[in-house]
Ligand binder design. Sequence first.
Ligand code: ZN
Length: 146
Amino acid sequence: MGVHQGSCYCGNITVTVKTEEPFAETVPRECGCGYCTMHGAAWASTPNATLEIEIQNEAAINLFEQGSDTARFWLCQRCGVVPAVTCDIDGHRKGAVNANCMLERAEFPAARKSNPKELSADQKKDRWSDLWIEKVVIKDCWDVGL
Ligand SMILES: [Zn+2]
């Protein structure tokens, strides 16, 4: 099992992707929405994986909702970096990581542009259901209703 780690700049939010697949060969997706463009985020995911999100100080994170309130961005309020995004689809929490926040960031192929804002809320959920990491585990969050 490969373990791929990353974090926000200050280390408050850490992300770990566990998968048998060569995760650093995944082509990241540069979402064309204003929020992702301003952050320079490039989202990487493969369905056959587990994403663990661990928070050191839950008072210093902000969950920003975007995309008709379907996607939830894990924003660190200390350093302003967004290492992960999650979405609850039919009771299952799926997610993706920001390739630029991963230790292996230099190994990922060049990102491809994507434009989910042209999709309806249902189309987005279908697409994310296919593409995103299928299991998300939130660790050490107790106070923010996660
Ligand atoms: Zn941070």
